[in-house]
Write a protein that binds this ligand. Structure first.
Ligand code: 6GU
Length: 249
């Protein structure tokens, strides 16, 4: 999969050793060839002599608005760099809230073009003209869409074929599909334990030491259900994802 990020802060995606996309699973995905990503500076497509990408809002008010032309030209230039059709995504707090189901559908695309908005936003006309999918990562406001773009890339990278070590690791995660009485639901993960068996007076649940794989599987399954019920009952209610058939929990 190829991912392009259009941003006025490309340094946020810099090659530093500590950078989010150059660590852990995303770096493994890139090294294996499953993921290639490029950050492009929208400023490089500004035609103004000061390479201006934003201006004051019509109607007044605080902040600056990203101008249509640099965004439009950057999208068209970057899309022309590769023949694979790009799925356009605008990261904005006005977008649909990102879910694992959306991540799964985007991870199956050959190419994503992520637009990270900044300032007070982007001129609405270029959003209309580009018609991107608009996504938010939660109900809070970030300074810009860059961190949200990294969140999306990280979540998608670990779903790409051959990236996770163990064949089944992604399917065991929180939010992966789990069969229920009435279809499938996305449940939280169960608790995990490792050595030592006793730590500061706390012991590991006995069943995990029993060697009874059937009993262990049943315990984990029950833990996932009870945790989800306690912490995220909304996940057990009617779920918006069309691929999640459960309607009665
Ligand atoms: Cl995608 N962008 C910004 N600026 N803030 C956000 C967000 C995105 N998602 C949550 N907050």
């Amino acid at each position: 999969m190829r991912v392009d990020i259009l941003t006025t802060f490309p340094e946020m995606f810099g090659a530093g050793a500590g950078a989010a996309l150059n660590s852990s699973i995303p770096s493994r995905a890139r090294a294996s060839g499953a993921l290639e990503w490029y950050a492009t500076n929208i400023r490089d497509y500004a035609t103004d002599k000061h390479q201006k990408t934003d201006d004051r809002p019509f109607g007044g008010g605080p902040g600056m608005v990203m101008m249509c032309q640099p965004v439009w030209d950057a999208v068209n230039a970057v899309e022309a760099m590769d023949p694979r059709p790009a799925t356009r995504v605008l990261l904005t707090p006005q977008g649909r809230r990102l879910t694992q189901g959306i991540v799964e559908s985007l991870a199956a695309k050959p190419r994503l073009l992520l637009i990270a908005g900044h300032y007070e936003g982007i001129d609405e006309r270029v959003i209309e003209a580009l018609a991107p999918m608009e996504l938010s990562i939660g109900d809070y406001v970030l300074s810009g869409g860059e961190l949200a773009a990294m969140v999306l890339i990280d979540a998608a990278a670990r779903l790409l074929p051959g990236v996770l070590g163990h064949e089944d690791s992604a399917s065991q995660d929180s939010f992966s599909h789990v069969p229920t009485g009435a279809g499938t639901a996305r449940l939280l993960d169960c608790p995990h334990y490792t050595k030592p068996r006793d730590w500061m007076g706390r012991s590991v649940p006995e069943v995990l030491l029993s060697g009874d794989h059937g009993a262990i599987a049943r315990w984990r399954s029950e833990q996932r259900r009870s945790r989800t019920l306690e912490r995220r009952p909304d996940l057990l209610a009617t779920l918006p994802d069309p691929d999640n058939a459960s309607s009665s929990g």
